[in-house]
Design a protein around this ligand. Structure first.
Ligand code: ARG
Length: 467
Protein backbone atom coordinates (compact mmCIF):
# COMPACT_ATOMS: atom_id res chain seq x y z
CA UNK A 1 0.00 0.00 0.00
CA UNK A 2 1.05 3.56 -0.72
CA UNK A 3 2.11 5.77 2.17
CA UNK A 4 -0.85 7.94 1.18
CA UNK A 5 -3.20 5.01 0.45
CA UNK A 6 -5.73 5.57 3.30
CA UNK A 7 -8.46 7.27 1.32
CA UNK A 8 -8.19 5.05 -1.75
CA UNK A 9 -10.15 1.88 -2.39
CA UNK A 10 -8.03 0.66 -5.32
CA UNK A 11 -4.32 0.59 -5.90
CA UNK A 12 -2.93 2.71 -8.71
CA UNK A 13 -2.57 1.30 -12.19
CA UNK A 14 0.98 0.13 -12.91
CA UNK A 15 1.14 2.56 -15.81
CA UNK A 16 0.27 5.42 -13.45
CA UNK A 17 2.93 4.34 -10.99
CA UNK A 18 5.46 4.46 -13.76
CA UNK A 19 4.21 7.77 -15.15
CA UNK A 20 4.00 9.46 -11.77
CA UNK A 21 7.30 8.27 -10.41
CA UNK A 22 10.33 10.51 -10.21
CA UNK A 23 12.69 8.09 -8.48
CA UNK A 24 14.63 7.54 -11.71
CA UNK A 25 15.88 11.11 -11.56
CA UNK A 26 15.42 12.29 -7.98
CA UNK A 27 17.30 9.40 -6.33
CA UNK A 28 20.46 11.47 -6.82
CA UNK A 29 19.18 13.71 -4.00
CA UNK A 30 19.24 10.89 -1.44
CA UNK A 31 21.93 12.55 0.69
CA UNK A 32 20.07 15.84 0.83
CA UNK A 33 16.79 14.07 1.53
CA UNK A 34 18.27 12.08 4.39
CA UNK A 35 20.19 15.00 5.87
CA UNK A 36 17.00 17.08 5.69
CA UNK A 37 15.04 14.33 7.45
CA UNK A 38 17.72 13.96 10.11
CA UNK A 39 17.63 17.68 10.89
CA UNK A 40 13.83 17.64 10.91
CA UNK A 41 13.53 14.67 13.24
CA UNK A 42 16.21 15.98 15.58
CA UNK A 43 14.24 19.19 15.85
CA UNK A 44 10.95 17.28 16.41
CA UNK A 45 12.59 15.50 19.34
CA UNK A 46 14.13 18.66 20.75
CA UNK A 47 10.84 20.58 20.55
CA UNK A 48 8.96 17.74 22.22
CA UNK A 49 6.74 17.13 19.20
CA UNK A 50 7.73 13.46 19.23
CA UNK A 51 9.39 11.41 21.99
CA UNK A 52 13.13 11.96 22.22
CA UNK A 53 13.94 8.25 22.00
CA UNK A 54 11.89 7.91 18.80
CA UNK A 55 13.69 10.91 17.35
CA UNK A 56 17.05 9.39 18.26
CA UNK A 57 16.20 6.02 16.71
CA UNK A 58 14.95 7.60 13.49
CA UNK A 59 18.01 9.85 13.34
CA UNK A 60 20.40 6.96 13.82
CA UNK A 61 18.64 4.69 11.34
CA UNK A 62 18.55 7.41 8.69
CA UNK A 63 22.33 7.67 9.02
CA UNK A 64 22.61 3.93 8.47
CA UNK A 65 20.34 4.07 5.45
CA UNK A 66 22.55 6.78 3.97
CA UNK A 67 25.68 4.70 4.30
CA UNK A 68 23.91 1.63 2.91
CA UNK A 69 22.81 3.62 -0.13
CA UNK A 70 26.38 4.84 -0.55
CA UNK A 71 27.56 1.23 -0.40
CA UNK A 72 25.08 0.41 -3.18
CA UNK A 73 23.13 -2.14 -1.16
CA UNK A 74 19.77 -0.38 -1.21
CA UNK A 75 17.29 -0.66 -4.07
CA UNK A 76 14.72 2.00 -4.78
CA UNK A 77 11.24 1.16 -6.01
CA UNK A 78 9.24 2.82 -8.77
CA UNK A 79 6.05 2.15 -6.76
CA UNK A 80 7.34 4.24 -3.91
CA UNK A 81 7.21 7.15 -6.35
CA UNK A 82 10.02 9.42 -5.31
CA UNK A 83 13.13 9.66 -3.18
CA UNK A 84 11.18 11.05 -0.23
CA UNK A 85 8.78 8.13 0.03
CA UNK A 86 11.43 5.59 -0.83
CA UNK A 87 13.53 6.68 2.13
CA UNK A 88 10.51 6.74 4.44
CA UNK A 89 9.53 3.27 3.26
CA UNK A 90 13.01 1.88 3.91
CA UNK A 91 12.97 3.51 7.33
CA UNK A 92 9.63 1.87 8.10
CA UNK A 93 10.92 -1.51 6.98
CA UNK A 94 13.83 -1.12 9.40
CA UNK A 95 12.19 0.31 12.53
CA UNK A 96 8.48 -0.26 12.04
CA UNK A 97 5.93 2.08 13.59
CA UNK A 98 8.46 4.50 15.07
CA UNK A 99 9.27 5.59 11.52
CA UNK A 100 5.74 6.92 11.21
CA UNK A 101 6.69 9.93 13.33
CA UNK A 102 9.15 11.27 10.78
CA UNK A 103 6.69 13.05 8.51
CA UNK A 104 5.09 14.99 11.40
CA UNK A 105 4.66 18.65 10.50
CA UNK A 106 6.14 18.14 7.07
CA UNK A 107 4.92 17.61 3.51
CA UNK A 108 6.72 16.33 0.47
CA UNK A 109 6.09 19.77 -0.92
CA UNK A 110 8.42 21.51 1.52
CA UNK A 111 10.66 18.45 1.60
CA UNK A 112 11.32 18.48 -2.13
CA UNK A 113 11.88 22.24 -2.09
CA UNK A 114 14.48 21.71 0.63
CA UNK A 115 16.21 18.85 -1.17
CA UNK A 116 16.62 20.69 -4.46
CA UNK A 117 17.92 23.79 -2.75
CA UNK A 118 20.50 21.76 -0.81
CA UNK A 119 21.49 19.83 -3.90
CA UNK A 120 21.91 22.91 -6.06
CA UNK A 121 23.84 24.81 -3.38
CA UNK A 122 26.53 22.12 -3.52
CA UNK A 123 26.53 22.15 -7.30
CA UNK A 124 26.93 25.92 -7.46
CA UNK A 125 29.98 25.66 -5.20
CA UNK A 126 31.53 23.03 -7.44
CA UNK A 127 30.82 24.97 -10.62
CA UNK A 128 32.35 28.09 -9.12
CA UNK A 129 35.51 26.15 -8.30
CA UNK A 130 35.65 24.96 -11.90
CA UNK A 131 35.26 28.48 -13.26
CA UNK A 132 37.97 29.60 -10.88
CA UNK A 133 40.36 27.01 -12.33
CA UNK A 134 39.62 28.21 -15.85
CA UNK A 135 40.24 31.82 -14.82
CA UNK A 136 43.56 30.84 -13.25
CA UNK A 137 44.67 29.18 -16.49
CA UNK A 138 43.69 32.28 -18.45
CA UNK A 139 45.57 34.57 -16.07
CA UNK A 140 48.68 32.49 -16.44
CA UNK A 141 48.37 32.48 -20.22
CA UNK A 142 47.79 36.22 -20.22
CA UNK A 143 50.94 36.82 -18.20
CA UNK A 144 52.91 34.66 -20.63
CA UNK A 145 51.60 36.55 -23.66
CA UNK A 146 51.61 40.19 -22.60
CA UNK A 147 53.56 41.27 -25.67
CA UNK A 148 52.22 38.84 -28.23
CA UNK A 149 50.60 40.97 -30.91
CA UNK A 150 47.50 39.83 -32.72
CA UNK A 151 44.77 41.52 -34.70
CA UNK A 152 41.63 42.47 -32.82
CA UNK A 153 38.47 41.96 -34.84
CA UNK A 154 35.11 43.54 -35.40
CA UNK A 155 32.70 41.84 -37.82
CA UNK A 156 35.42 39.18 -37.93
CA UNK A 157 37.45 41.64 -40.02
CA UNK A 158 40.88 42.69 -38.82
CA UNK A 159 40.38 45.95 -36.96
CA UNK A 160 43.16 47.13 -34.64
CA UNK A 161 46.20 45.49 -33.11
CA UNK A 162 45.85 44.07 -29.59
CA UNK A 163 47.74 41.44 -27.65
CA UNK A 164 46.78 37.84 -27.07
CA UNK A 165 46.89 38.60 -23.34
CA UNK A 166 44.37 41.38 -23.76
CA UNK A 167 42.05 39.10 -25.70
CA UNK A 168 42.26 36.40 -23.02
CA UNK A 169 41.67 38.95 -20.28
CA UNK A 170 38.32 39.78 -21.90
CA UNK A 171 37.29 36.21 -21.09
CA UNK A 172 38.55 36.64 -17.54
CA UNK A 173 36.17 39.57 -17.05
CA UNK A 174 33.37 37.57 -18.61
CA UNK A 175 33.98 34.62 -16.31
CA UNK A 176 34.32 36.81 -13.22
CA UNK A 177 30.82 38.08 -13.95
CA UNK A 178 29.63 34.47 -14.22
CA UNK A 179 31.12 33.84 -10.79
CA UNK A 180 29.35 36.84 -9.34
CA UNK A 181 26.06 35.83 -10.91
CA UNK A 182 26.36 32.38 -9.38
CA UNK A 183 27.22 33.84 -5.99
CA UNK A 184 24.11 35.98 -6.20
CA UNK A 185 21.98 33.02 -7.25
CA UNK A 186 23.43 31.11 -4.29
CA UNK A 187 21.98 33.69 -1.89
CA UNK A 188 18.49 32.84 -3.03
CA UNK A 189 19.17 29.10 -2.93
CA UNK A 190 20.38 29.49 0.62
CA UNK A 191 16.89 29.86 2.16
CA UNK A 192 15.32 27.01 4.09
CA UNK A 193 11.69 26.08 3.23
CA UNK A 194 10.88 23.32 5.80
CA UNK A 195 8.01 24.38 8.04
CA UNK A 196 5.96 25.48 5.03
CA UNK A 197 4.17 22.12 5.15
CA UNK A 198 1.95 21.41 2.18
CA UNK A 199 1.34 25.15 1.74
CA UNK A 200 -0.13 26.56 4.95
CA UNK A 201 2.60 25.86 7.46
CA UNK A 202 1.80 23.69 10.46
CA UNK A 203 0.28 23.86 13.93
CA UNK A 204 3.23 22.02 15.51
CA UNK A 205 5.69 24.26 17.37
CA UNK A 206 8.58 23.56 14.99
CA UNK A 207 11.88 25.34 15.36
CA UNK A 208 12.56 26.37 11.79
CA UNK A 209 15.68 28.33 12.67
CA UNK A 210 17.20 25.26 14.29
CA UNK A 211 16.65 23.21 11.11
CA UNK A 212 18.15 26.00 9.00
CA UNK A 213 21.18 26.18 11.28
CA UNK A 214 21.56 22.42 11.30
CA UNK A 215 21.54 22.28 7.50
CA UNK A 216 23.76 25.30 6.95
CA UNK A 217 21.15 27.66 5.56
CA UNK A 218 21.47 31.41 6.08
CA UNK A 219 17.74 32.14 6.29
CA UNK A 220 14.26 30.61 6.31
CA UNK A 221 11.51 31.24 3.75
CA UNK A 222 9.12 34.00 4.80
CA UNK A 223 5.85 32.70 3.37
CA UNK A 224 4.67 29.11 3.45
CA UNK A 225 2.87 29.33 0.10
CA UNK A 226 5.95 30.77 -1.58
CA UNK A 227 8.13 28.27 0.28
CA UNK A 228 6.59 25.34 -1.58
CA UNK A 229 5.73 26.94 -4.90
CA UNK A 230 8.90 28.85 -5.67
CA UNK A 231 11.27 27.47 -8.26
CA UNK A 232 12.90 30.80 -9.14
CA UNK A 233 16.18 29.50 -7.80
CA UNK A 234 16.21 26.73 -10.40
CA UNK A 235 15.26 29.11 -13.18
CA UNK A 236 17.88 31.58 -12.02
CA UNK A 237 20.55 28.92 -11.93
CA UNK A 238 19.50 27.63 -15.35
CA UNK A 239 19.81 31.19 -16.56
CA UNK A 240 23.26 31.74 -15.00
CA UNK A 241 24.38 28.47 -16.56
CA UNK A 242 22.94 29.45 -19.95
CA UNK A 243 24.88 32.69 -19.87
CA UNK A 244 28.00 30.80 -18.83
CA UNK A 245 27.55 28.31 -21.68
CA UNK A 246 26.99 31.17 -24.12
CA UNK A 247 30.38 32.50 -23.02
CA UNK A 248 32.08 29.12 -23.35
CA UNK A 249 30.44 28.75 -26.74
CA UNK A 250 31.82 32.08 -27.97
CA UNK A 251 35.26 31.12 -26.71
CA UNK A 252 34.88 27.71 -28.39
CA UNK A 253 34.00 29.37 -31.67
CA UNK A 254 37.23 31.35 -31.47
CA UNK A 255 39.21 28.21 -30.69
CA UNK A 256 37.66 26.50 -33.70
CA UNK A 257 38.61 29.47 -35.88
CA UNK A 258 42.08 29.90 -34.41
CA UNK A 259 43.12 26.34 -35.09
CA UNK A 260 42.12 26.43 -38.75
CA UNK A 261 44.93 26.63 -41.30
CA UNK A 262 43.45 29.98 -42.30
CA UNK A 263 44.09 31.51 -38.85
CA UNK A 264 46.58 29.11 -37.33
CA UNK A 265 46.90 31.22 -34.13
CA UNK A 266 47.00 28.17 -31.88
CA UNK A 267 47.43 24.45 -32.04
CA UNK A 268 45.46 22.19 -29.75
CA UNK A 269 47.31 19.49 -27.89
CA UNK A 270 46.93 16.02 -29.41
CA UNK A 271 45.36 14.83 -26.18
CA UNK A 272 42.61 17.42 -26.58
CA UNK A 273 41.73 17.01 -30.23
CA UNK A 274 40.46 14.20 -32.43
CA UNK A 275 41.08 12.67 -35.83
CA UNK A 276 38.92 11.71 -38.77
CA UNK A 277 37.99 8.14 -39.65
CA UNK A 278 38.58 8.80 -43.34
CA UNK A 279 40.90 11.79 -43.76
CA UNK A 280 44.30 10.92 -42.28
CA UNK A 281 45.51 14.52 -42.14
CA UNK A 282 42.67 15.82 -39.95
CA UNK A 283 43.03 17.16 -36.42
CA UNK A 284 39.66 18.38 -35.26
CA UNK A 285 38.66 20.67 -32.35
CA UNK A 286 35.83 18.38 -31.20
CA UNK A 287 35.92 19.57 -27.60
CA UNK A 288 35.34 23.17 -28.56
CA UNK A 289 32.62 22.15 -30.99
CA UNK A 290 30.87 19.99 -28.41
CA UNK A 291 30.96 22.74 -25.81
CA UNK A 292 29.49 25.10 -28.42
CA UNK A 293 26.86 22.50 -29.27
CA UNK A 294 25.97 21.71 -25.67
CA UNK A 295 25.08 25.33 -25.00
CA UNK A 296 21.89 24.51 -26.95
CA UNK A 297 20.62 21.99 -24.44
CA UNK A 298 21.39 24.28 -21.51
CA UNK A 299 19.32 27.08 -23.11
CA UNK A 300 16.63 24.48 -23.79
CA UNK A 301 16.47 23.58 -20.10
CA UNK A 302 16.00 27.24 -19.17
CA UNK A 303 13.10 27.57 -21.59
CA UNK A 304 11.63 24.27 -20.35
CA UNK A 305 11.68 25.53 -16.76
CA UNK A 306 10.20 28.92 -17.58
CA UNK A 307 7.46 27.32 -19.65
CA UNK A 308 6.72 24.68 -17.04
CA UNK A 309 6.24 27.34 -14.34
CA UNK A 310 4.52 30.03 -16.36
CA UNK A 311 0.86 29.38 -15.61
CA UNK A 312 1.00 27.42 -12.38
CA UNK A 313 -1.43 28.64 -9.74
CA UNK A 314 -0.03 28.86 -6.22
CA UNK A 315 1.05 26.70 -4.46
CA UNK A 316 2.54 23.27 -5.34
CA UNK A 317 1.52 21.53 -8.56
CA UNK A 318 2.82 18.22 -9.80
CA UNK A 319 4.07 19.93 -12.96
CA UNK A 320 6.92 21.08 -10.76
CA UNK A 321 8.33 17.57 -10.59
CA UNK A 322 9.56 18.35 -14.11
CA UNK A 323 12.04 20.87 -12.69
CA UNK A 324 14.60 18.26 -11.78
CA UNK A 325 15.60 16.70 -15.07
CA UNK A 326 16.00 20.13 -16.63
CA UNK A 327 18.13 21.71 -13.94
CA UNK A 328 20.14 18.54 -13.31
CA UNK A 329 20.93 18.30 -17.00
CA UNK A 330 22.14 21.92 -17.05
CA UNK A 331 24.33 21.33 -14.02
CA UNK A 332 25.70 18.04 -15.38
CA UNK A 333 26.41 19.56 -18.78
CA UNK A 334 28.26 22.54 -17.36
CA UNK A 335 30.26 20.30 -15.03
CA UNK A 336 31.19 18.10 -17.96
CA UNK A 337 32.23 21.04 -20.16
CA UNK A 338 34.26 23.19 -17.78
CA UNK A 339 37.11 20.85 -16.77
CA UNK A 340 37.79 19.55 -20.27
CA UNK A 341 37.55 23.03 -21.75
CA UNK A 342 40.02 24.28 -19.13
CA UNK A 343 42.47 21.49 -19.93
CA UNK A 344 42.15 22.16 -23.64
CA UNK A 345 43.04 25.83 -23.09
CA UNK A 346 45.79 25.00 -20.62
CA UNK A 347 47.56 22.67 -23.07
CA UNK A 348 47.12 24.54 -26.35
CA UNK A 349 50.17 25.91 -28.14
CA UNK A 350 50.15 29.61 -28.94
CA UNK A 351 51.67 30.66 -32.28
CA UNK A 352 52.90 34.26 -31.85
CA UNK A 353 54.43 34.44 -35.35
CA UNK A 354 51.14 33.67 -37.02
CA UNK A 355 49.33 36.17 -34.85
CA UNK A 356 51.90 38.82 -35.66
CA UNK A 357 51.75 38.29 -39.42
CA UNK A 358 47.94 38.49 -39.28
CA UNK A 359 48.23 41.73 -37.30
CA UNK A 360 50.66 43.16 -39.86
CA UNK A 361 48.31 42.54 -42.75
CA UNK A 362 44.82 43.99 -42.93
CA UNK A 363 45.78 47.62 -42.19
CA UNK A 364 45.22 47.27 -38.45
CA UNK A 365 47.22 50.48 -37.94
CA UNK A 366 44.93 52.58 -40.17
CA UNK A 367 43.27 54.26 -37.18
CA UNK A 368 46.69 55.14 -35.80
CA UNK A 369 47.90 56.78 -38.98
CA UNK A 370 44.64 58.74 -39.08
CA UNK A 371 45.31 59.78 -35.46
CA UNK A 372 48.86 60.80 -36.49
CA UNK A 373 47.43 63.39 -38.89
CA UNK A 374 44.96 64.56 -36.23
CA UNK A 375 47.89 65.20 -33.90
CA UNK A 376 49.40 67.31 -36.70
CA UNK A 377 46.28 69.47 -36.77
CA UNK A 378 44.03 67.80 -39.33
CA UNK A 379 40.40 67.23 -38.21
CA UNK A 380 39.62 63.53 -37.70
CA UNK A 381 36.93 63.25 -40.40
CA UNK A 382 39.30 64.75 -42.98
CA UNK A 383 42.10 62.50 -41.87
CA UNK A 384 39.77 59.44 -41.99
CA UNK A 385 39.04 60.23 -45.62
CA UNK A 386 42.72 60.68 -46.49
CA UNK A 387 43.65 57.36 -44.92
CA UNK A 388 40.71 55.65 -46.61
CA UNK A 389 42.21 56.70 -49.93
CA UNK A 390 45.64 55.57 -48.77
CA UNK A 391 44.26 52.12 -47.93
CA UNK A 392 42.67 51.88 -51.38
CA UNK A 393 46.07 52.80 -52.88
CA UNK A 394 47.80 50.14 -50.76
CA UNK A 395 45.31 47.48 -51.85
CA UNK A 396 45.92 48.45 -55.46
CA UNK A 397 49.69 48.23 -55.05
CA UNK A 398 49.63 45.24 -52.74
CA UNK A 399 51.48 47.00 -49.90
CA UNK A 400 51.01 47.58 -46.19
CA UNK A 401 50.78 51.18 -44.99
CA UNK A 402 54.20 51.03 -43.34
CA UNK A 403 55.72 49.83 -46.62
CA UNK A 404 54.89 53.15 -48.34
CA UNK A 405 57.85 55.47 -48.80
CA UNK A 406 57.77 58.92 -47.24
CA UNK A 407 57.32 60.36 -50.75
CA UNK A 408 54.34 58.13 -51.34
CA UNK A 409 52.91 59.15 -47.96
CA UNK A 410 53.40 62.81 -48.77
CA UNK A 411 51.21 62.45 -51.86
CA UNK A 412 48.32 61.97 -49.41
CA UNK A 413 49.31 64.74 -46.97
CA UNK A 414 52.31 67.00 -46.59
CA UNK A 415 52.06 66.57 -42.81
CA UNK A 416 53.78 63.19 -42.96
CA UNK A 417 57.34 63.14 -41.58
CA UNK A 418 59.86 60.40 -40.83
CA UNK A 419 58.38 59.95 -37.31
CA UNK A 420 55.25 58.43 -38.84
CA UNK A 421 56.86 54.99 -39.11
CA UNK A 422 57.40 54.75 -35.39
CA UNK A 423 53.93 56.12 -34.70
CA UNK A 424 52.26 53.38 -36.72
CA UNK A 425 54.38 50.43 -35.73
CA UNK A 426 52.15 47.78 -34.18
CA UNK A 427 54.09 47.95 -30.91
CA UNK A 428 53.40 51.68 -30.66
CA UNK A 429 49.75 51.20 -31.58
CA UNK A 430 49.35 48.76 -28.67
CA UNK A 431 51.66 50.39 -26.13
CA UNK A 432 50.10 53.83 -26.53
CA UNK A 433 46.70 52.39 -25.67
CA UNK A 434 47.60 52.40 -22.03
CA UNK A 435 44.41 53.69 -20.45
CA UNK A 436 43.02 51.37 -17.80
CA UNK A 437 41.31 48.56 -19.70
CA UNK A 438 43.49 49.01 -22.78
CA UNK A 439 45.79 46.49 -24.51
CA UNK A 440 49.18 48.01 -23.54
CA UNK A 441 51.26 45.47 -21.62
CA UNK A 442 51.29 47.67 -18.51
CA UNK A 443 47.48 48.01 -18.52
CA UNK A 444 46.96 44.29 -19.03
CA UNK A 445 49.46 43.49 -16.30
CA UNK A 446 47.50 45.73 -13.94
CA UNK A 447 44.26 44.05 -14.86
CA UNK A 448 45.77 40.61 -14.28
CA UNK A 449 46.68 41.70 -10.75
CA UNK A 450 43.26 43.19 -10.20
CA UNK A 451 41.53 40.05 -11.46
CA UNK A 452 43.64 37.89 -9.16
CA UNK A 453 42.67 39.87 -6.11
CA UNK A 454 39.03 39.96 -7.20
CA UNK A 455 39.06 36.20 -7.56
CA UNK A 456 40.43 35.92 -4.06
CA UNK A 457 37.85 38.21 -2.48
CA UNK A 458 35.03 36.52 -4.39
CA UNK A 459 35.81 33.38 -2.46
CA UNK A 460 36.86 34.94 0.82
CA UNK A 461 33.99 37.32 1.47
CA UNK A 462 31.20 34.97 0.57
CA UNK A 463 29.81 32.79 3.20
CA UNK A 464 29.38 29.53 1.37
CA UNK A 465 29.02 27.08 4.15
CA UNK A 466 29.32 23.37 3.54
CA UNK A 467 27.24 20.94 5.48
N1 ARG B 1 8.26 14.02 -6.51
C1 ARG B 1 7.62 15.26 -6.21
C2 ARG B 1 8.33 16.41 -6.95
O1 ARG B 1 9.38 16.18 -7.43
C3 ARG B 1 7.66 15.53 -4.75
C4 ARG B 1 6.54 16.36 -4.22
C5 ARG B 1 5.27 15.64 -4.37
N2 ARG B 1 4.20 16.30 -3.72
C6 ARG B 1 2.94 15.96 -3.95
N3 ARG B 1 2.05 16.62 -3.29
N4 ARG B 1 2.61 15.05 -4.79
O2 ARG B 1 7.83 17.48 -7.07
Amino acid sequence: MKLWGGRFSKSTDAMVDDFNSSIRFDSRMFRQDIKGSMAHVKMLGKCGVIPKEDSDLIYKTLGEIMSDIEKGIVEFEIDAEDIHMNIEKILTERIGDVAKHLHTGRSRNDQVALDIRMYLKDEVKEIREMIKSLIEVLLRLAEDNLKVLMPGYTHLQRAQPITFAHHLMAYVQILLRDMERLADCYKRLDVMPLGSGALAGTTYPLDRAMVAEELGFSAITENSIDGVSDRDFAIELASCLSILMMHLSRFSEEIVLWCTHEFSFIELDDAYSTGSSIMPQKKNPDIAELVRGKSGRVYGNLVALLTMMKALPLAYNKDMQEDKEAIFDSVDTVKMCLPVFTKMIDTMKVKPDKMLSAAKAGFTNATDIADYLVKKGIPFRVSHEIIGKMVAYCIQHNKNIDELTLDELKTFSDKFEQDVYKAISLETCVNERKLPGGPAAESVKASVLKARSKLKTLFETEKMRCF
